[in-house]
Unconditional design. Sequence first.
Length: 196
Amino acid sequence: MRYCDNDIYSYSSQTLFFRPILHVEFDPENESNTFAPATNGRKFLKIRVRNDGKSTANDCEAKVKVIIPHDSDSRRFPSDDEKKLVWGLNPNLNDLKDTVNIKKQSLSMLHVVFTYIKFPSVSVREGTRYASFSTMDALSNQAFAVHDTFSDGEFEIEISINAEETNTKAHFKVYVDTNYLNLRMNMLPELTRTKI
């Protein structure tokens, strides 16, 4: 029986040692063209997801939700349900994917939020909107969905990245301005995150 226990422990240790390990990176100050590119009347905010583990992270899916403080006007925010973000690297948006496999010691880029110079001209009951979550419909079809969009101001978001054998989360503060080029965000350390 002791031998069997050791076998199970050995197997579990090896499984943990060889699993994928995902890390979120965001550094627009030093790599603005990677994390905050602007082109053709749009500005994109992206994060980099790196696999520092010993095996491939299969079927990585990313979801985002906005955290709405209790005393806020909810009309300024996107809806607080989870939204599926898309992966992609190319500026012409011809490589968008719902899921990706991130090989060991490799990385993928995830779209998070974007602005478009024409957003403010769209009339909606909730008021002028200046930015949108980077969903497949919003990026590939240029669809304007109010439940995915932001007015101007500060917003806290939570991004969850889930793969078959691992997952990770990160919180960000998004700053939306009436000038689309001023869209920015920063990653929040653990201690400053809003408790839900």
